[in-house]
Design a protein. Structure first.
Length: 276
């Protein structure tokens, strides 16, 4: 039995390594190919080593790159916040079985199964019917519609693990509905809200197929697409792709590291209290 357990552990370890290679291998290859000299190409073998294509990216495409980064970050932050707030409201309505809430989950699943290109086309036609000029609000609207179902599913999972007796105890002690929510419920579900917001942020930051149909303003994915459609493709495309991934990684780390540290501190405080 122990031998079988060891072989099974090795199989799981190998499987995990293969998954990591498929997930991060292409990113690593792209990052390496972006570090070539002026004669560098789009495939191996590498031709020289240096930051020529990174320098070219920030010099030649500085203005359009800055606009794309700022626009992507702004829309992603707005999408994350709006998706998190709406997902909390909708998830509580679904949890409390308010009238019409039983149709929420099928509607969410239907939205997830709808091809993104069709959703983008439908939103584009909708804005035209309303005589609404494509722009920031149109882009934000299509991103929120895309991210909200995922944020809703995250909050449903969080609330399913939430013990309703905590709310009942607070009310029995005389706390109002608003005080119960903000002082009792919100601190408990806050990591879930942060996860929903982060989900919406990352989905928005990397969204392409819906954005291309509703706006003429470049975001980072649209900027990548613009560089792909030119006749001559150069390694500065890899530099931009690597930059996009680095921005996402830094923001995710900045949001999650304080949360993880706070959880470890709370666990440490509980352990010390238990020892006393």
């Amino acid at each position: 039995m122990r031998a079988r357990g060891r072989w099974f552990d090795r199989f799981l370890g190998l499987y995990f390594v293969i998954i990591l290679l498929f997930l991060y291998g292409p990113i690593l290859v792209m990052a390496v190919l972006s570090l070539q000299g002026p004669q560098g190409g789009m495939t191996f073998p590498m031709r020289g080593f240096g930051f020529h294509w990174w320098t070219r990216l920030f010099q030649v495409r500085a203005s359009e790159l800055q606009e794309a980064i700022l626009r992507s970050l702004l829309v992603a932050v707005e999408t994350g916040v709006i998706a998190a707030v709406f997902s909390v409201v909708i998830a509580f309505a679904y949890r409390r079985r308010l009238p019409g809430s039983s149709a929420l989950l099928p509607m969410v699943l239907l939205a997830l199964m709808t091809p993104g290109i069709l959703l983008g086309l439908g939103m584009s036609l909708w804005w035209r019917i309303l005589n609404f000029q494509p722009g920031h609000l149109a882009l934000l609207g299509v991103h929120v519609v895309w991210a909200l179902p995922f944020a809703f599913l995250v909050m449903i999972a969080v609330l399913n693990r939430f013990d309703p007796r905590v709310e009942e105890s607070a009310r029995d002690l005389g706390a109002s509905e608003s005080r119960t929510f903000f002082e009792v419920v919100l601190p408990i579900i806050w990591p879930g809200i942060l996860s929903a917001a982060l989900f919406g942020f990352t989905l928005s930051l990397n969204e392409f197929e819906r954005s291309v149909l509703v706006t003429s303003d470049n975001t980072l994915p649209l900027q990548l697409w613009a560089m792909l459609t030119v006749q001559i493709i150069e390694p500065d495309l890899y530099a931009l792709g690597t930059l996009t991934i680095l921005i996402t990684f830094v923001i995710v780390a900045a949001l999650f590291i304080p949360t993880v540290i706070g959880q470890f501190r709370r666990l440490g405080g509980r352990a010390e209290a238990g020892e006393e």
